[in-house]
Ligand binder design. Sequence first.
Ligand code: SF4
Length: 252
Amino acid sequence: MIGPDSATHLTQGNITLLSASPFSAETDFSEINHYFAERPLNDLLAWSLVTFGSKVALVTSFGPTGMVVLDHLAKLNPGVKVITVDTDFLFEETYALRERVQRRYPIQLEIRKSTLTPAVQAQLYQPQLWQVNPDLCCHLRKVMPLAEVLQGYEAWLTGLRRDQASTRTDLPLLAWDAKHNLVKINPLANWTRGQVWSYLLENDVPYNHLHDLGYGSIGCTHCTRPTSDPADERAGRWQGRGKVECGIHYSV
Ligand code: SF4
């Protein structure tokens, strides 16, 4: 179940790697989800690295959960691939965190952007597209750049958790991602917000300082506000626009 017999072996950091994904849209992931449900995070991460080799990457915007995964991965396998999408509208604090992460962790960080600069987007669409059509703005600046880079992969790791939003309550540890045509791994699906913050603080993992100022979930400057209820993490995203997801993980 864990990997294909015919896989070739490679070496990356501390991990011996297999290659060639045995998974497809027809795969039944229930057994493997059950297997990892009660096992430590590192077991699933190590399995992901061994199974997919250089064809797996963590995709993160350096949120708290993503930082927990990144911290584990970098220790487990120095040189691990990490992808982040830069919308060109991020907070200074987010860029500062990204630099801190690059200095501290031995990762291969790939920064992806839209081919449209903000100025060209404003010319082609609307000066403030995020106001009049945030779904299109997210599609241009987040969804498309990520879809392009994921074409070269067989699996991606996310920082999603079930307790983050009503849209995420059924989140599995592993599933086939039909949108991107690869395996999607949500290693912290069953972690709580409290567990995440305990890990960050106990292990001195860097996090975005905006969280100390009341921001729950942090995206673009135009669409992110502090929240009065810190437990409702995504309440500060797209406030008043009836939007709760950017479209990377769920359809909007
Ligand atoms: S979060 Fe807002 S500014 Fe950022 S890409 Fe989406 S709509 Fe545009």
